[in-house]
Design a protein around this ligand. Structure first.
Ligand SMILES: [Zn+2]
Length: 397
């Protein structure tokens, strides 16, 4: 996603606001329907059923009918995605949307002719029922835009973000499997031993952000100064997001190009089985800190990395149950929570094998994908899958 400042005319803005209103209305209806649902009742309506209801509602209400079906349907699709994210454990439950906060809508089925450049720093995008809306061409618009999202922030500024589904990257054909683990000390660890770090803000930028935050706390509500401080903070955060996105693109392309199969943990299972427990250094006290850390790592682009991998290496991503991958020695197969000495160090209590904890976990993830058992206690790993039934790691209390 790359975001651009949108500059609608007042007449266009009125229609954009209508789109926002429709998207919000449809989203809130969906939230309400799911809110009524209680265990034991017939399931809440899914996306298809909601689309049917939308058609009915449009037949009944002229104001809804006057809006764009694309905008309204996408609001339902966004909701369905939000529910899926909620069930997979990566996001919170979708909630009611208030007017003026996080307003926006999505447009799909965007063609090559729907975005064009007018001059060095001016472009325009075609929005249903609105027509061509100008935006600041602040950086190159990616090729192959399939959809975009229009948003309005609380300050009333409009932005457009283009989404591109990248072309699949050809597999190398070497048969090589890589395991990639969501790191604790780094952003991601690869079974090859590589530690990948998503770029963050530089130290000087962090200091500046901190200073701005202090300034913001002192600034009067609604004052000019406050607006300026907020804008400066948003700029820094956008810079950080840009760097992260670049990193995700580069890293996912690189992995898709180098390996035939890429194994990652299945977040759906991972969030349930992999807790902050099991670290020797500071049992208990560490739990809260790690929980926060986990969340920040998630937001640091892990989910996005996997999503991009799935786009670039379709059918070559294997999701595995990550239970015990951080406690099992990749060298001898012994499992003990005591082997995980700290967040970054793994030292096997059985064989003494030492490794970066995330790399050790990444190798276990790779091996599970390749059909090896990782939870076997002291098993002979060299025997390989030919001599024993490939077994999946089972979670236990
Ligand atoms: Zn060992």
């Amino acid at each position: 996603m790359s975001r651009y400042r949108l500059a609608p005319t007042p007449a266009q803005e009125a229609v954009l606001l209508e789109h926002c209103r429709h998207a919000r209305y449809v989203w809130n209806l969906a939230v309400e329907q799911h809110g009524f649902w209680k265990p034991g009742r017939k399931s809440a309506p899914g996306f298809a059923e909601q689309c049917r209801q939308l058609t009915e509602a449009r037949a009944e209400f002229a104001w809804l009918r006057a809006g764009s079906i694309v905008v309204q349907q996408q609001a339902l699709k966004d909701f369905a995605q939000a529910m899926a994210n909620f069930y997979s454990g990566s996001h919170r439950k979708p909630v009611w949307r208030k007017r003026g906060r996080g307003e926006g809508f999505r447009v799909v089925a965007v063609g090559a002719g729907d975005v064009r450049r007018l001059s060095r720093n001016l472009g325009e995008v075609r929005v249903p029922k609105v027509g061509w809306v100008r935006f600041r061409w602040s950086r190159a618009v990616p090729e192959g835009v399939k959809s975009f999202r229009v948003t309005r922030d609380r300050a009333g500024r409009w932005h457009v973000a283009f989404a591109v589904i990248p072309e699949p990257v050809p597999a190398p054909g070497t048969g090589e499997v890589a395991g990639v683990d969501r790191g604790v000390a780094v952003s991601a660890a690869v079974s090859t031993g590589e530690l990948l770090n998503a770029p963050a803000l530089r130290d000087a930028e962090k200091v500046r952000l901190l200073r701005l935050a202090r300034k913001l706390a002192r600034a009067k509500r609604g004052s000019n100064r406050r607006g300026k401080v907020k804008a400066a903070m948003a700029k820094l955060k956008a810079r950080e997001a840009d760097r992260r996105n670049d990193w995700v693109e580069k890293t996912s392309t690189d992995l898709a190009r180098r390996f035939d199969v890429i194994a990652v943990e299945d977040l759906k299972i991972g969030n349930m089985t992999r807790s902050a427990r099991g670290i020797v250094a500071a049992p208990g006290t560490n739990v809260r800190a790690k929980a926060g850390l986990n969340r920040s790592i998630l937001s640091a682009g892990w989910g996005r990395l996997v999503e991009r991998l799935e786009h670039k290496a379709p059918g070559r991503i294997v999701k595995v149950n990550p239970a015990f991958t951080s406690q099992t020695c990749n060298a001898c197969g012994h499992r003990a929570s005591g082997s995980r000495q700290s967040q970054s160090r793994f030292r096997c209590v059985a064989c003494g094998h030492q490794e970066n904890a995330d790399v050790n976990a990444a190798r276990n993830i790779r091996d599970i994908a390749a059909g090896h058992a990782v939870n076997a206690r002291g098993g002979d790993r060299d025997a390989g899958p030919a001599k024993r039934e490939p077994q999946r790691v089972l979670p236990s209390g």
